[in-house]
Design a protein around this ligand. Sequence first.
Ligand SMILES: [Zn+2]
Length: 550
Amino acid sequence: MSSKVDIGFDRYLTYSELTDYLRKTAEAYPDLADLESAGKSYEGRDIWALMLTNKKTGCPKKKPALYVDGNIHAGEVTGSMVALYLIDYLVDNYGKDEEVTYLLDTRTFYILPRVNPDGAELYLTTPTQLRSSVRVWPDEEVDDLPGLHRADVDGDGMILQMRVRDDRRGEWKASEKDPRLMIPRRPGERKGPFYRIYPEGYIKDYEGEPIEVQKSRFGLDLNRNFPSNWDTKVPGGGDFAGSEPEARTIIEFIIKHPNIGGIQALHTSGGFYYRNPCQYPEDKMDPQDLKATREIACEGTRISGYPDVKSPNRATLTEWAYEHKGIIAYTTELWNRYARAGIDLIEWQKTTDPEKREAQNAKLLEWNDRELAGKGFKDWTPFEHPQLGPVEIGGWDPKFCAQNPPPFLLKQECHKNALWIMKHAAALPEVHITSLKVEDIDGCVKKVTAVVENFGYLPTCVTNKAKELGACKEDVAELLPGPGVQVLGKARLEAGFLEGYVSGGGRGGPAKSAARFTWMIKVDPEASTKFAVEYKSQRGGTVRKEYPEE
Ligand SMILES: [Zn+2]
């Protein structure tokens, strides 16, 4: 038997390493895993989807499913690593850990660790920083425009900042608390030295000041390319909703797997869970859907400390998932360096007072010195710039401190968030046929009664939004007669949806999470009473019981 690759989770994998890991894992666990290419990226790389479930307990498509993806934003490579860690954790612990075994026996995971492989590769293998796709957009001529273009000028592998001494017009000065820290020059302040700060880069057609800082050539945002509230004004949204192959691959994958009832999109950074509703107030959202969305998020908060936050964004996967498909979805913003440094993120976001901001930034630098051995921040270093002359280059490591954890802190980020994703999977609906009875009515006519129960927290439609939209088919209970058995009346009964225990406990009393179905059958005198009952729920699973029991 082949074995999977030990990746240690103390570094970020390139595309070929990630592919190798996924292939070997699928080979090593044939009873649990299938690897497929969900589609191709702009540059033609496969967007891998690893399916995980215990195949012996049922067909993957007939089980309730959780969809997990990572790294739609090129630099948010922690998302990929959390997705890989989840895979690793599930296959390693199947048959050993009770919760993992239960989840893989009853549910399916579709895990797409790197949905933007082109962007991630450029990010990981060059100094380039980019939001998302590598397709140059919206202006193909941007590189020819005069002005400053970001580049690694001093060859240290990072694109940082350049400070230029300018006592007349400089907007910044060094902090007295920590000379590395640049703070804004106060209104009317005259005692320098003052500096102007530019992104590190070269200036095309330099003729002296003023210097225009050009936008990145990579203006696309694949997570603003989804068809909910999309319009041409969405920043980075692309030419039309679904115009980009990566977003289209995700949309198609979710549509092709109607058993998906939960979505986890892994991003960085900040340390919180973005959730619905995105574009309207909470009191306009279905109250049960809001309750479920917040209660599941709260399970994550208990593990990671990350709060749930109403998302302000539109045309995202998370918004589309709920607004068009009625699926509970989260944009998990991994990694919070502020918390690591002892700064409350909400406090940080609210701060407008420059002195308070200075104190917070000084605290971040102290953390860098204390816990990162100073490696997260490059001190201002003199450099002879080909156009600007003497400058100093420095600043925070944008990739593996600001946007992603330094490699040695990666594993803990992966672990706690894999556990939270499992909590989301555990909350999915889960149907069972709990009883099947046959009563003699009149000679060869018999009455069949089946009881179906949803053991899950969520209803079989997952949300009331899904019901309202008609986003998933209603459940069906069907009697499948054996030889010599005839169903009197309809064999296929419309079953609506079963509630989950999220609906119970309030003023309405217990949830309506069970249903009883009856059929009349006629059995030929020579035949035996043989049939099966099947309950089909797109999102709650398809279950079947034979009579007599085999
Ligand atoms: Zn993101």
